[in-house]
Design a protein around this ligand. Structure first.
Ligand SMILES: NC(=O)c1ccc[n+]([C@@H]2O[C@H](COP(=O)([O-])OP(=O)(O)OC[C@H]3O[C@@H](n4cnc5c(N)ncnc54)[C@H](OP(=O)(O)O)[C@@H]3O)[C@@H](O)[C@H]2O)c1
Length: 165
C-alpha cells in the first residue's frame, strides 16, 4: 500500500490560518481532486470540520480522540495506527494523509510518497505549519511549475517525492 501525504505550503511552511486555508488556489484544488479521487483520504478532526462535509468520490476517514465523534459519510478512528490497520485490511492501493498540521507531524514518517504544492509566497499570519523534513530522505521525482493568473493569486509548483532510504 502506498501511504502518501498531500499538502500545499508557503515558502515559510504555512498551511493554514485560523482553521482555514491561507489562499484560494483553484488550480491546486483541482490537482488535489484529481490526485485523491477514488482513493481514501485521512484527516484530523479540525481539518474535517474546516472542510465541513465529506469530499465526494473518496472514502473519508477522520482521526479524533473523541470516541463518541460521529459525522455522516465519514469513518472515524481514534488513532492513526487504527486507520492504517483498517486500510491495510481493506487492501487499499494508495491512501492520502491530507492534514492538518497535527496529522502531518505524526504521519510524514509513515509516508512513502509526498505530493507537495509549493505556494511561492510568504504568509505572515499563519497558525498551522508543515513540519521540517529531512529532505535527504526524499527524492524529487517530478516538478511542474504553474504561473499565477486571474484565478490563482500565486505562482506554485506541484512536486512529487518518493522516500529514498
Ligand atoms: N494547506 C494544506 O494543504 C492544508 C491541508 C489540510 C489542512 N490545512 C489546514 O490545517 C489547519 C488544521 O490543522 P490542525 O493541526 O489545527 O488540526 P488537524 O491536524 O486537522 O486536526 C487535529 C485534531 O485531530 C485529532 N488528532 C490529532 N492527532 C491525533 C492522534 N494521534 N490520535 C487521535 N486523534 C488525533 C484531534 O482531534 P480531537 O480534538 O477531536 O480529539 C486533534 O484535535 C487548518 O488551518 C486547515 O485549513 C491545510
Amino acid at each position: 500500500m502506498t501511504i502518501s501525504s498531500i499538502v500545499a505550503f508557503s515558502d515559510n511552511h504555512v498551511i493554514g490560518i485560523d482553521n482555514d486555508l491561507p489562499w484560494h488556489l483553484p488550480n491546486d484544488l483541482k490537482f488535489f481532486k484529481r490526485t485523491t479521487s477514488d482513493h481514501t483520504i485521512i484527516m484530523g478532526r479540525k481539518t474535517y470540520e474546516s472542510i465541513g462535509r465529506p469530499l465526494p468520490n473518496r472514502e473519508n476517514i477522520v482521526i479524533t480522540r473523541n470516541e463518541d465523534y460521529k459525522a455522516e459519510g465519514v469513518t472515524c478512528f481514534n488513532s492513526i495506527e487504527a486507520a492504517i490497520e483498517y486500510c491495510t485490511k481493506e487492501k487499499k492501493d494508495e491512501i492520502f494523509f491530507i492534514g492538518g498540521a497535527q496529522i502531518y507531524s505524526k504521519c510524514i514518517h509513515l509516508s512513502n510518497k509526498l505530493y507537495i504544492t509549493r505556494v511561492h509566497t510568504t504568509i505572515e499570519n499563519g497558525t498551522a505549519f508543515f513540519p521540517e523534513l529531512d529532505w535527504e530522505n526524499w527524492e524529487l521525482t517530478s516538478a511542474e511549475k504553474q504561473t499565477k493568473d486571474e484565478k490563482n493569486a500565486f505562482d506554485h509548483t506541484f512536486e512529487t517525492y518518493l522516500r529514498s532510504e
